[in-house]
Design a protein around this ligand. Structure first.
Ligand SMILES: Nc1nc2c(ncn2[C@@H]2O[C@H](COP(=O)(O)OP(=O)(O)OP(=O)(O)O)[C@@H](O)[C@H]2O)c(=O)[nH]1
Ligand SMILES: [Mg+2]
Length: 667
C-alpha cells in the first residue's frame, strides 16, 4: 500500500510543487532573465521569430514490453514460447547544423518515440523513433539539474528504496520456499511412482502443502507492485510459487538494489533524470557542450538514450521451465533539462552604434537582406551574409539592383525586399536580367571564365548603446553574438558630430562586456581589425536628382541644410585615423595587440550608394586571410602540444619509475 501511496500523482505533484517553491539552500535559483523576455518581445513586435536562448526538456522513449505467446499449429497443441522482444525506445540526439540560424523551430519538450511491444510468432516490436535536434553552429548547451536536495524529495527516494528492500526480502523467502518445495515434490513423486509400480499406492502419504512462512502484508504489496512494473504475465497465470519465475524476479530485484538498472515507473508519472555514469554518484558532471563546429551528420551527439526493450518469453526458456509464462517490460526513458544559447559565429562581425549603416553595408557586400530603416534598433538579431571574391576582381555579394532606383531599394525597405515580391516572382528570367541593367549581364557573361578566390562570412549585429555591457536595454542579448566573431570591424557614421566618440564608446562597451563575461583582458578590443567610415556620400554636393519630377518636388520644399564639404570629410577621416592609431598604440602598450600585427585599416565608404565598397572588400579579404593563417598556426601548435603530451604519457607508462632511495651495492 505504501508503494501505491508514494506513486499517486497528487502526492508527486505536491512534492514537485513544494520542491519548486522551496529554493534549495545549496543552489539559489537564478534571477529571471528580464532582458531575454524583453528582447524576445521586441523581436516579436518586429515580426521576427528569432530565438537565441531556449530552455527545453528532452525525454527519450520508453522501451516496449516483451511478448508472451506460445506457438500454435495444427497437430502441435503445445508449441514453444514465441513472444518477440519489445522495440527499444527512441533516443534524442543533437546536431549543430550550418543551415539552422536560430532555435525558433524547437518545441519546449522533445520526446523520443516509445518502442512497441513484442508480438506473437517471434515478432519483435517496432523501435521508437529517434529525434535529432538541429541547433545552429555556435550553440552552447548546458544541462540544468534540479537536484532532489530538499527533504521531501529525499524522503520519496528513501521510501522507494524501502519498498524495494521489502520486495526483495519477500521474494527471497518465497524463492527459498519454492526451491525447498520443489525438492520435496520431486522426492514425493519418486516415492509415489515407485509405489504405483511395485506396491500399494495408498501406502504413500498424500502430497501436502506445508504452511508457508507468513510474510508481512506491506512487504507482499511491495512485491506485487514491483512485479507488475517489471513483468508481463500470460493471461490468468499464477506464478506465485513458481521457482523459475521467482529466480528471474530475484535477479532483477538484485540488479535494482545494486542500481545496475533503474527503478521502473509503470505509469510514467515521474520522469527520471539522466542516468549517472556511476549510478547515483555525484562525480558525473552536468553536460556542457560548446558547438563551435558543425557536427558530422553520421556522428550525432547522444543526449538521452531510449529505454531498453523488454525480453520476450523465449528468453526465459530453460531445461526446467519449458513454458515460461512471463516476459519483462521495457525500461523507462530518461529526461534531461537543457539550456541552449546561440552565439553566432562569423568570420567578420560588424560593430557599431544604432543607425551607423551596418545592415546597409551587409546588403552592399553580400546577398543577405537585413532590414534597413532610418531609426535606431532596426536590427534585433544577427544577420549573416557570405561575400565571394572572384578571380576577375569582382565580388558577388549583392543582388544587383535596378540601376534607376539604386538608393531607393536600400533605404527604408520593408522586411520583404522587392526582389522577393510577387510581381518579380512572375517575371521571366530574361525580363529580370533586362531590369538588372548592364552590370549584371557583364558579370554573368564572364561567369564561366572566373573562379572563386575567397569566400567569407560577415555578421551584421544589432547596434550597441552605452551601458549595453551592463545588460541595460537589450544589452547582452546583442553583445553575445559579437563574442564569437574571429575579427571585428567598427562601422561609424562619418557624417555624425564625432565619429571618434562613437569608437571610444563602442570600445568601452566591448571592454566592459569582456570583463562581465570573464573573458581575458582586451579579448574583444584586440579583435578589432578595421574601421568602416560609412555615409561618406554626405560630404560635398548632393547627387543629381534622378528625374525631373523629383527635382520639381524638391524646389517646393524648404531648402536643405548646407552639406559639409569634401574637405570637411577628409579632415574628419584624418582625425579618425589618428584616433585609431592612438588606440592601437594603447593596445600595444597594454599587451592586447602585438607591435608587429597588421595595422587597423580605416576605409571611407558609402554603403547606400555602394561607393568604394570594392576597396573595403579588399581590406576584409586581407583580414580574413590573416585570421585564417593565425587560426591554422594555433591549431598546428595545439596539435604539436597534444602530440608531446601523448608521448610523455606513453613514456611515463612504459618506463620504470626513477628509484626513490639510493641503491647500495653489496660487497
Ligand atoms: N547617406 C547615407 N545613408 C546611409 C548610408 N548607409 C546607411 N544609411 C542610412 O542610415 C540609416 C540606418 O541604416 P541601417 O543600415 O539600418 O543602420 P544600422 O546600423 O543597421 O542600424 P541598427 O540596425 O538600428 O543598428 C538608413 O536610413 C540608411 O538608409 C550611407 O552610406 N549613406
Ligand atoms: Mg541594422
Amino acid at each position: 500500500m505504501l508503494l501505491l501511496r508514494a506513486w499517486t500523482p497528487a502526492r508527486s505533484f505536491a512534492r514537485c510543487y513544494s520542491a519548486l517553491a522551496q529554493p534549495s539552500s545549496l543552489s539559489p535559483p537564478p534571477a529571471p532573465d528580464r532582458t531575454k523576455a524583453k528582447a524576445d518581445w521586441k523581436r516579436r513586435q518586429e515580426g521576427s521569430n528569432f530565438v537565441d536562448t531556449l530552455n527545453l526538456a528532452v525525454v527519450s522513449g520508453r522501451g516496449g514490453a516483451g511478448g508472451v505467446a506460445f506457438h500454435r499449429e495444427k497437430f502441435k497443441a503445445r508449441g514453444p514460447p514465441s513472444g518477440g522482444p519489445g522495440g527499444a525506445g527512441g533516443s534524442v540526439y543533437l546536431v549543430a547544423s550550418p543551415t539552422v540560424t536560430n532555435l525558433s523551430h524547437l518545441p519546449r519538450t522533445v520526446r523520443g518515440g516509445a518502442g512497441s511491444p513484442g508480438g506473437g510468432s517471434w515478432l519483435a516490436g517496432k523501435r521508437g523513433e529517434d529525434v535529432v535536434l538541429r541547433v545552429p553552429v555556435g550553440t552552447i548547451v548546458r544541462e540544468v539539474r534540479r537536484e532532489p536536495k530538499d527533504e521531501d524529495a529525499a524522503e520519496v527516494e528513501r521510501e522507494e528504496r524501502e519498498q524495494l528492500e521489502w520486495a526483495y526480502e519477500a521474494n527471497k523467502i518465497r524463492l527459498a520456499e519454492a526451491e525447498a518445495r520443489d525438492v520435496r515434490w520431486k522426492a514425493w513423486k519418486k516415492r509415489r511412482d515407485k509405489a504405483e509400480k511395485f506396491g500399494n499406492p495408498d501406502d504413500v502419504e498424500r502430497w501436502e502443502e506445508v504452511d508457508e512462512i507468513e510474510i508481512d502484508g506491506e512487504k507482499l504489496v511491495a512485491l506485487e507492485q514491483l512485479r507488475k512494473a517489471l513483468f508481463v504475465m500470460y493471461p490468468q497465470t499464477e506464478l506465485e510459487g513458481h521457482p523459475h519465475f521467482l529466480r528471474t524476479e530475484h535477479e532483477l530485484l538484485s540488479k535494482l538494489l545494486s542500481r545496475e538498472i533503474e527503478m521502473p515507473d509503470p505509469k510514467q508519472r515521474r520522469r527520471r533524470q539522466r542516468r549517472r555514469r556511476n549510478h547515483g554518484q555525484d562525480d558525473d558532471q552536468p553536460l556542457f557542450l560548446d558547438l563551435i563546429k558543425p557536427t558530422p551528420l553520421d556522428q550525432p551527439i547522444l543526449l538521452v538514450a531510449g529505454g531498453q526493450p523488454g525480453l520476450g518469453n523465449p528468453s526465459f526458456l530453460t531445461h526446467e521451465d519449458r513454458s515460461p509464462k512471463y516476459a519483462t517490460r521495457g525500461g523507462d526513458g530518461e529526461m534531461m533539462r537543457l539550456e541552449l544559447e546561440v552565439k553566432s559565429t562569423g568570420e567578420v562581425g560588424l560593430v557599431g552604434l544604432p543607425n551607423a549603416g551596418k545592415s546597409t553595408l551587409l546588403r552592399a557586400l553580400t546577398s543577405s537582406t537585413p532590414r534597413v530603416a532610418s531609426y535606431a534598433f532596426t536590427t534585433l538579431n544577427p544577420h549573416h551574409g557570405t561575400c565571394i571574391l572572384w578571380s576577375d576582381g569582382t565580388f558577388s555579394g549583392p543582388r544587383p539592383s535596378p540601376a534607376s532606383a539604386a538608393s531607393a531599394d536600400i533605404t527604408d525597405t520593408p522586411a520583404t525586399p522587392e526582389y522577393f515580391s510577387a510581381s518579380s516572382h512572375h517575371q521571366s528570367r530574361a525580363e529580370r536580367r533586362r531590369q538588372l541593367g548592364p552590370s549584371a549581364s557583364a558579370i554573368d557573361s564572364s561567369a564561366s571564365e572566373r573562379t572563386e578566390v575567397l569566400r567569407f562570412t560577415l555578421t551584421d549585429n544589432p547596434g550597441l548603446v552605452a551601458s549595453s555591457s551592463l545588460n541595460v536595454g537589450l544589452g547582452h542579448a546583442f553583445l553575445r553574438h559579437i563574442e564569437r566573431c574571429s575579427a571585428l570591424v567598427y562601422v561609424v557614421d562619418l557624417s555624425s558630430a564625432d565619429p571618434c566618440e562613437a569608437i571610444a564608446s563602442l570600445r568601452a562597451e566591448l571592454a566592459a562586456y569582456a570583463r562581465v563575461k570573464g573573458l581575458a583582458e582586451g579579448e574583444l578590443e584586440g579583435r578589432i581589425r578595421g574601421v568602416v567610415a560609412n555615409k561618406a556620400d554626405l560630404f560635398g554636393a548632393p547627387p543629381p536628382p534622378a528625374d525631373e519630377a523629383a527635382s520639381a518636388d524638391e524646389e517646393e520644399e524648404a531648402p536643405a541644410p548646407p552639406r559639409p564639404s569634401p574637405q570637411d570629410g577628409q579632415r574628419k577621416l584624418a582625425d579618425l585615423t589618428e584616433f585609431v592609431r592612438a588606440l592601437e598604440a594603447d593596445d600595444v602598450a597594454r599587451g592586447v595587440r602585438q607591435a608587429g600585427d597588421e595595422p587597423i585599416w580605416v576605409v571611407p565608404v558609402s554603403a547606400m550608394r555602394r561607393e568604394n565598397v570594392a576597396a573595403l572588400v579588399g581590406k576584409l579579404a586581407g583580414t580574413v586571410r590573416a585570421e585564417r593563417e593565425r587560426a591554422a598556426r594555433r591549431d598546428e601548435l595545439a596539435a604539436i602540444e597534444a602530440e608531446e603530451e601523448r608521448q610523455r604519457a606513453t613514456y611515463e607508462r612504459w618506463m620504470p619509475p626513477a628509484p626513490t632511495e639510493p641503491v647500495t651495492e653489496e660487497k
